[in-house]
Ligand binder design. Structure first.
Ligand code: ADP
Length: 286
């Protein structure tokens, strides 16, 4: 399993032109193997730019990204290695489905890695299983599928490369609540069964609160907050000040505190809210 280390990462688009834009500045952090990380931040705060550095799609303007202690831009072999070990699922990945069948689309990555046919078959079935794509769909054209199914096929295509680090940029964007839940369940299952590190960019504070172990909050290209959901959501005013929402339970707890109810700081799930309200009102907890 791989450890990612980011050292003083800066990225400037269109440097030395009138369109120059500093998108990420001075970001340093380490992501240990197996961690489930949520990346939060308003639009334009640098999240997509940041994650594209983690699998060498973008080259730092300055600073370094290390995978297992080695600079991912050291040479051609290191860049190839990082692309195999760090899988990146873009926003709306279904727009990149282009093969004639679902099977061929999921198989595309492993095939490019030069993997033997029997193993490709095994990987495609395994990846499809993780994301709940039934094998009866393998011969169909991806274009015939529903939006949610297409998204799952696209994610399976990355999972089939068995990346030790899986990064997803807003994997539930544009899906209905049932579709969102399915995708998040699939990702959690992949993580549990593979032990992979998962980094997920999300606007859904409730998912971030419920599922991740660590939250990194971006603001204007910098890391504004970095901690457990408990640590980050005990500072709801700071989140609101940088233009972010807070989980539903956190905002209800804030409103109750303003009305004088004595509630602890770190409330970010419905269960915590319920228990805290019961305690505050002196009702027995279960
Ligand atoms: P986020 O993912 O948080 O929405 P981005 O990383 O996409 O943020 O963008 C960070 C900043 O960089 C924004 O101001 C955005 O307009 C700018 N930016 C992103 N991509 C490019 C690009 N290819 N060329 C120039 N500026 C860009």
């Amino acid at each position: 399993m791989s450890v990612l280390t980011v050292e003083e990462l800066c990225h400037t688009y269109s440097a030395h032109t009138p369109f120059e834009k500093v998108a990420v500045e001075g970001v340093s952090l380490t992501i240990p193997a197996g961690q489930f990380v949520g990346l939060l931040g308003h639009t334009g705060s640098g999240k997509s730019t940041f994650i594209q550095h983690l699998n060498a799609l973008l080259q730092p303007t300055s600073g370094r990204v290390l995978l297992d202690g080695e600079d991912i831009h050291k040479d051609k072999a290191s860049r190839r290695d990082v692309k195999r070990k760090v899988g990146l699922v873009f926003q709306y990945p279904e727009y990149q489905l282009f093969e004639e069948t679902v099977f061929a689309d999921i198989a595309f990555g492993p095939k490019n890695m030069g993997i033997a046919k029997e193993e490709i078959d095994e990987r495609v079935r395994e990846a499809a299983g993780f994301v709940g794509v039934d094998e009866s769909l393998f011969a169909r054209s991806p274009l015939e599928l529903s939006g949610g199914q297409k998204r799952r096929v696209a994610i399976a295509g990355v999972i089939a490369m068995r990346p030790g680090v899986l990064i997803l940029d807003e994997p539930t964007a544009g899906l209905d609540p049932a579709g969102c839940r399915q995708i998040m369940d699939n990702i959690c299952r992949y993580r549990e069964q593979s032990g992979a590190t998962v980094i997920i960019v999300s606007h859904n504070m409730d998912d971030a609160a419920r599922l991740t172990e660590r939250l990194i909050v971006f603001d204007h290209g910098h890391v504004a907050m970095d901690g457990t959901p408990e640590e980050v959501f005990s500072r709801p005013k700071e989140l609101i000040n940088i233009g972010l929402a807070v989980p539903q339970a956190t905002s209800v707890a804030m409103a109750l505190r303003e009305r004088g109810m004595a509630l602890p700081e770190a409330i970010y799930t419905h269960r915590q809210l319920l228990e805290a309200v019961k305690r505050a009102k002196g009702v027995g907890t279960c």
